[in-house]
Ligand binder design. Structure first.
Ligand SMILES: [Zn+2]
Length: 422
């Protein structure tokens, strides 16, 4: 009896019908299905199982050491309890597996990342520890009375392949140990991240990556583009959150992350993969403004302001600037810098040639800011040589439009058209 059997059942909700996709995207998910497909006496049953799983006929799946279980509905709505048994590893085999996993830091990092390193599985197999089932290792039991795989047990196997894709720890649980037990073992052997934050190095070493090149299946096709970002799960559990946790802020961050992921995916799928000009890592102050452009709840907005040392008014101005031109516009709003040398010469030449002699406004310079004498208008030079229009409203300089390389063009957008003047 394995001492880790208690409290190790995991239940996975029924999955929606699978449209047009293979059931296994990962190499271990494919290996799992191969053991089913190779062993089943009746290929028609495997096919029936695949069709049932695809149609969403498999109910919630329970995974326990040595056994997976689900209720599977036939097309005529008859429900069958299907089980598939898989031999557990012994404690000695588990100890050996943990030893193998921590021999390379890359293995542990990969497992934590929900990836199953092929070398780990191969090394384990060499040591007589089979993680993935081989032909005939998936033993069917179904109340329909079939003595081999029937459509129900095959459907269960297909469904579990989808779960395995998401999380290889599901396989480790079938083999006898829950994720927490595996991680505890890795940690007590010094392989998992320590409490003090010392992490194993990111990624795998180059030799290992190169060597696995021929083992790994080709990259999956990119996911289909979606019309809109996904909706993050609701954090409203009806219970009071623990101290220091702000569900509204978390929900907002999750929805921003989903929107950003959606934007990046759409961009990637458009092709080209043009490199974005990412000049610097955004700092926290800049990040607060970027987040505030997502129209957060007033409470979240207030926290973003406080956290970045801005009043509500200055956060509004910062958001306005961000919408006009991202980080560059924000730094022009909030930072003043000294223009000198070639940059100053170029700026003066640009101002000189922008207007005819009789139309040129009188400008008073301070730092990178040129203010029109006697008017509430200003031009600000950014570090890339572009000009940003500003307008004075209620005692504050506010961004009045996007940047232009020509100062006259920029200034024109700071000056309201005739009739706009209050
Ligand atoms: Zn059956």
């Amino acid at each position: 009896m394995n001492r880790h059997d208690e409290d190790t059942e995991r239940t996975f909700a029924a999955l929606p019908p699978a449209h047009g996709r293979g059931f296994a995207q990962t190499w271990w998910g494919r290996a799992w299905l191969k053991s089913l497909e190779d062993a089943a006496m009746d290929a028609a049953q495997v096919k029936t199982g695949r069709r049932l799983a695809r149609a969403g006929a498999v109910g919630a799946v329970s995974v326990r050491p040595g056994r997976i279980t689900a209720v599977v509905q036939d097309r005529d709505r008859t429900a069958h309890r299907a089980d598939v048994l898989l031999e557990k590893l012994s404690d000695a085999q588990w100890d050996r597996f943990v030893d193998l996993a921590i021999e390379r830091s890359g293995h542990v990092a990969a497992l934590l990342d929900r990836d199953m390193p092929p070398h780990l599985v191969e090394d384990a197999a060499t040591a007589g520890i089979d993680l993935l089932p081989g032909m005939g290792d998936l033993e069917p039991e179904c109340d329909c009375g079939a003595w081999d795989h029937c459509g129900h047990t095959a459907a269960l196997c297909y469904q579990v392949a989808r779960l395995l894709d998401q999380d290889p720890f599901v396989l480790l649980l079938m083999r006898g140990r829950a994720e927490s037990a595996v991680l505890d073992a890795l940690q007590s052997h010094g392989g998992a991240p320590a409490e003090d934050g010392a992490r194993p190095p990111d990624g795998v070493d180059a030799a290992e990556a190169y060597a696995t090149g021929h083992v790994l299946p080709p990259l999956p096709a990119p996911p289909a583009a979606r019309d809109a970002p996904g909706v993050p799960p609701s954090l409203d559990t009806g219970n009071a959150p623990p101290p220091g946790v702000d569900p509204a802020a978390l929900g907002f961050l999750a929805s921003r992350a989903a929107a950003e992921a959606h934007r990046l995916l759409a961009e990637a799928l458009r092709g080209g993969h043009e490199r974005q000009a990412v000049s610097t890592e955004p700092d926290a102050s800049e990040d607060a403004v970027r987040l505030a452009t997502g129209d957060p709840e007033p409470d979240v907005s207030r926290r973003l302001g406080e956290g970045s040392g801005r009043t509500a008014e200055s956060l509004d101005a910062a958001v306005h600037a961000w919408r006009l031109g991202g980080g560059a516009a924000l730094s022009v709003l909030e930072q003043e810098w000294t223009v000198e040398g070639d940059t100053l010469a170029r700026a003066r030449a640009a101002l000189e040639s922008a207007w005819d002699e009789d139309e040129r406004p009188a400008l008073r310079a301070r730092g990178n800011r040129w203010t029109v004498v006697g008017a509430p208008h200003q031009l600000r030079l950014d570090r890339e040589g572009r000009w940003w229009p500003y307008r004075r409203e209620r005692g504050r300089w506010v961004p009045a439009g996007g940047a232009a390389h020509d100062p006259a063009t920029a200034l024109a957008s700071a000056v309201p058209a005739v009739g706009d003047e209050p």
